[in-house]
Design a protein around this ligand. Structure first.
Ligand code: IMP
Ligand code: MG
Length: 184
C-alpha cells in the first residue's frame, strides 16, 4: 500500500503490516464464529476503550445474532509506548453482567496487565460465561499469564498504530495496522 497523504503519514510510519482487506476478512470470520457460538444466548460484548472501538464496530456489523454492547475504559499507557504497569478503571459498565455471556473485545494484548485486571473485575461480577477476543496479540511481551480465547492476528514485538490503536492519541483512524517507528 502506498503512503501518500503527508498530512497524516508522518515520518514514524514504517510499513503496513496488516492491510484493510486482511483485517476485514478475519473480522468477518470472527463475527461468523461468535454468531454461531452464542446463538440463542444473552450476549454482551464488552469493549475496552478506546483502542477497540473500530474493531468492535466492524465485528458487530459481521454478526447475525442479537447482542448488547458495553464499554469500559482503562488507563495503562500515558502517551508513550511503555506500560506504566498501573491499570485503572476510569469508566465502568452500566450493565449487571450476571445475566449475560460476556465477550471482552480487545484491540491488543501486550503485557497482558490491562486485560488481566479487567478479567479479575468482571469474574467477580459472576457472568454466565467470560471469553476474550483480541484483534492483535503480542505474546513476546507478556508479563502476566493471560491468553485470548480468540485472537485474529499474532504479531512480533512491534509498536503498531492504526485501526483504533494510537501513538500519542493519533493514527487511530487508519483503516490498516502499521508498524510505527517510535524513534521518529
Ligand atoms: P497491556 O496492558 O500491556 O497488555 O496493553 C494495554 C494497552 O496498551 C492496549 O490495550 C493498547 O491500548 C496499548 N498498546 C499495547 N501495545 C500497543 C501498540 O503496539 N500500539 C498501540 N497501543 C498499544
Ligand atoms: Mg492506547
Amino acid at each position: 500500500m502506498e503512503l501518500t497523504d503527508k498530512s497524516i503519514f508522518q515520518n514514524g510510519i514504517k510499513r503496513v503490516i496488516i492491510s484493510e482487506e486482511e483485517l476485514q476478512e478475519k473480522i468477518a470470520e470472527c463475527g461468523k464464529y461468535l454468531s454461531t457460538e452464542y446463538e440463542g444466548k444473552p450476549l454482551l460484548l464488552v469493549s475496552i476503550l478506546k483502542g477497540a472501538f473500530m474493531f468492535l464496530s466492524d465485528l458487530n456489523k459481521n454478526m447475525t445474532i442479537p447482542c448488547e454492547m458495553g464499554f469500559m475504559a482503562c488507563k495503562s499507557y500515558f502517551d508513550s509506548t511503555d506500560s506504566s504497569g498501573d491499570v485503572k478503571i476510569v469508566y465502568d459498565l452500566a450493565q449487571d453482567i450476571s445475566r449475560y455471556h460476556v465477550v471482552i473485545v480487545e484491540d491488543i494484548i501486550d503485557t497482558g496487565r490491562t486485560l488481566s485486571k479487567v478479567v479479575d473485575i468482571l469474574k467477580q461480577r459472576d457472568p454466565l460465561s467470560l471469553k476474550i477476543v483480541t484483534l492483535l496479540d503480542k505474546p513476546d511481551r507478556r508479563v502476566v499469564g493471560i491468553k485470548a480465547d480468540y485472537s485474529l492476528f499474532t504479531i512480533p514485538d512491534y509498536f503498531v498504530i492504526g485501526y483504533g490503536l494510537d501513538y500519542g492519541e493519533y493514527y487511530r483512524n487508519l483503516p490498516y495496522i502499521a508498524e510505527y517507528n517510535v524513534e521518529g
